[in-house]
Design a protein around this ligand. Sequence first.
Ligand code: SAM
Length: 243
Amino acid sequence: MRIDVVTIFPELFDLPLRTSIIGRAVGSGIVTFGLHDPREHGIGRHRSVDDYPYGGGAGMVMRPEPLIASIAPLRAAGAHVVLLDPAGERLTDGLARSLATVPHLVLVCGRYEGVDERVRSVIDREVSIGDVVLTGGELPALVVIDAVVRILPGAITAESHEHDSFADGLLEGPQYTRPESFAGMDVPPVLLSGNHGEVDRWRRREALRRTLERRPDLIDGAALTDADRRTLEELATEIGSDA
Ligand code: SAM
């Protein structure tokens, strides 16, 4: 996969793209990155990329020419161009999995009060990382990169992300490592039993419990078996009687 980022702060990407799973994915050729600073196409002696908003108001707006000059050659090369924007489609596990199938992605980072509306004419999709406003699109772009790269074949073992929260529509249940007993809190005995069938059934039940307790809105969209539905009924009674 190839990911190009259009940003006036390319230095913000230095360390994250060199570290941990993303750094290793770069090292093994699973993904390559390019950084493009619209200031190279900035206006005038100061290579300006922003200007005052027409109609007045606070803050500056990113001018269309430098951004579009950075995006155009990437788009011409067949890339799928994504603008990070609070008004975009909310990032989910499903959207990350769909973006991970795109061979060439361009992530466009806004700054200031955002981008001139005409930039949207060269954008294929807009993505928001949630109902919150950040100072720029760089951290949202890194969130997208992290979510996408970790699921690229070979980045981590498929088994590892296939059981993560949201992969099958549910939250993941509790996890434990050593020690067996800590501050009076014990690891559930079933996890020490060595009985893989029992462990799987316990994990499924706890994933259903956690989802029901914390994100009941996910239940309708999850792929559930008849056994899951029976478990949910039991859990609803259990949770109801605990309340
Ligand atoms: N005035 C804009 C608004 O009210 O929607 C907010 C602009 S924000 C300060 C500057 C840039 O940060 C945006 O152009 C976008 O690229 C990025 N950004 C901020 N919050 C974001 C979010 N939740 N998701 C994706 N990008 C975001």
